[in-house]
Design a protein. Structure first.
Length: 261
């Protein structure tokens, strides 16, 4: 018997390239997240304001709508998952707001902003973009000062000499690895010898007269395993004949015992 099977060889070619990014973003307020409303809305307590025109927000609790992204509605399974993910990310944490200087509020009275979460002492995470990257929201470019195509996931925080600090993505060089996947298929023939086991069941029924008025029916069942292979000396037909001969011999012996009684 010939069996065909496929062997897959995977080759990874590694190609490095260089990415250079530069961006400057403003930080308008420092807040503590008090509540996650849904996958793209939070309630925060403003603890510090860096831009004078937002001084009326200082010490207040305000609702913030993440700029230029949309999460699924809260009554959907996906919406609940987005809220849970955002809750685990920012609930009770300190965040920075880059408020939309063009309109400030949306039509529902929520502050529109890009939210930044401190990762360490020098790096901020763009939470708006992070939700998109993780699949919990999608980009929707609303009319405002922001351009989502220029966003970077991480920005570096620099302390300025002015009263309003800023967060800056400095010119940086990153090495990124691209993996190319090639699949090579090769067909190999393999010859094997298969051994077949056949089970044969023979049932013989004999009616033996004991007296003129009584008839005894005796049944004997014989089950044997017949093995056949490429190297076996007997075929299936020979095995069946041998079994029949054995059965006849056993039946004659049985008949003899009954008649002897």
């Amino acid at each position: 018997m010939v069996r065909l099977f496929t062997v897959l060889f995977v080759i990874f070619l590694i190609t490095p390239y260089i990415v250079v990014a530069q961006q400057v973003v403003d930080v308008d307020a420092l807040c503590i997240v008090e509540r996650v409303v849904d996958g793209d809305t939070i309630d925060v307590l403003v603890t510090r304001v860096f831009d004078g025109k937002y001084s009326m927000l200082n010490g207040r609790e305000v609702r913030v709508r993440f700029a230029d992204i949309n999460a699924p509605e809260i009554y959907t399974v996906e919406g609940k998952a987005a809220k849970d993910f955002l809750y685990g990310l920012v609930q009770g944490r300190i965040v920075y707001l880059d408020i939309d200087d063009l309109y400030v509020y949306d039509r529902y009275g929520r502050i529109v902003a890009v939210v930044y979460l401190p990762v360490n002492n020098t790096t901020l995470l763009n939470v708006n973009l992070y939700l998109v990257v993780k699949g919990y929201a999608e980009i929707t470019d609303y009319p405002n000062e922001f351009n989502p195509t220029t966003w970077r996931l991480y920005v570096e925080k620099n302390t300025m000499t002015t009263s309003k600090p800023s967060a800056t993505v400095k010119a940086e060089t990153k090495t990124v690895t691209i993996t190319h996947l090639y699949i090579i298929t090769r067909t190999v023939e393999e010859t094997t010898t298969k051994t077949t086991y056949t089970t044969i069941t023979i049932t013989k029924t004999h009616q033996i007269p004991i007296t003129q008025r009584e008839t005894v029916t005796m049944t004997r069942t014989i089950t044997v395993n017949a093995q056949s292979s490429q190297s076996a000396g007997l075929g299936v037909d020979q095995v069946i004949i041998l079994v029949l001969l054995i059965s006849i011999g056993l039946n004659i012996a049985l008949l003899y015992k009954v008649l002897k009684k």
